[in-house]
Unconditional design. Structure first.
Length: 221
């Protein structure tokens, strides 16, 4: 690969006071994010979804190969097919695959194999991990740390959607290979997760869960 020129970094140092304010503002905004399982069918303009995907695509990635692909689905016919295939996997999960221990920790979320939000919500974003792709010159390019990269990009996407005023649900029907077929993605791409995006339905309730304290999740040495 030809070396690209180096350019000066654009970075403006801020005062500690301003950093404290900004970090607290972001923390507060983050605290209000909750996964939602009941969605309104109200439409969300495509350009807002596109902005959030663009924000996700600024994420760091192995060798900057940007090993992600986002399929944003609003077509009701495609959503119906995703729901049918997803619910089939979920039935196998709840009836056979899930261990009792797994079902026990899932209990507070009152989940089951029915996933009406796959059709109700205005957008489903299927996120694919790109393990390799064909470059414009026809050569195959393997990617590096694709899972880590896509995990980071997904986090950024969830945060961007939340900042935009939208609710999400990270959904992982397993296995998700049906998404390759339904969304016509090559086998070098592996479905990472399905994000349900929209507004919460009026009167939506969420489980009264808490977040671990800093002492539990972080160590400062
Ligand atoms: N994929 C199933 C089960 C499920 C698993 C976990 I871990 C969750 O946090 C929530 C659900 C489902 O979507 O119902």
């Amino acid at each position: 690969m030809d070396d690209k020129p180096m350019v000066p970094l654009v970075f403006k140092r801020r005062s500690e006071e301003e950093m404290r304010r900004s970090s607290l503002a972001y923390l507060e905004a983050s605290i209000s994010r909750r996964s939602v399982r009941t969605f309104s069918s109200d439409p969300v303009p495509r350009d807002i979804i596109e902005n959030c995907i663009k924000a996700a695509a600024t994420s760091p990635s192995g060798a900057n190969l940007q090993p992600w692909h986002f399929v944003a689905v609003s077509d009701p016919a495609v959503k119906a097919k995703i729901r049918a295939a997803g619910e089939q996997e979920e039935r196998a999960f709840y009836e056979r695959r899930a261990s009792d221990a797994w079902k026990e920790v899932l209990r507070p979320f009152r989940t089951d194999a029915n996933k009406p939000y796959l059709e109700t919500a205005p957008w489903l974003i299927a996120i694919f991990t790109v393990n390799s792709y064909v470059k414009p010159d026809g050569e195959k390019q393997q990617t590096y740390y694709p899972k880590e990269s896509v995990g980071i990009a997904t986090g950024v996407l969830i945060s961007a959607l939340h900042q935009a005023g939208l609710a999400t649900l990270t959904h992982t029907p397993s296995p998700m290979n049906f998404l390759n077929q339904l969304l016509q993605r090559p086998s070098a791409e592996k479905p990472f997760l399905l994000l349900i995006v929209g507004y919460p339905e009026e009167g939506t309730q969420v489980p009264a869960i808490s977040r671990k304290s800093v002492a539990e999740i972080a160590t400062f040495v």
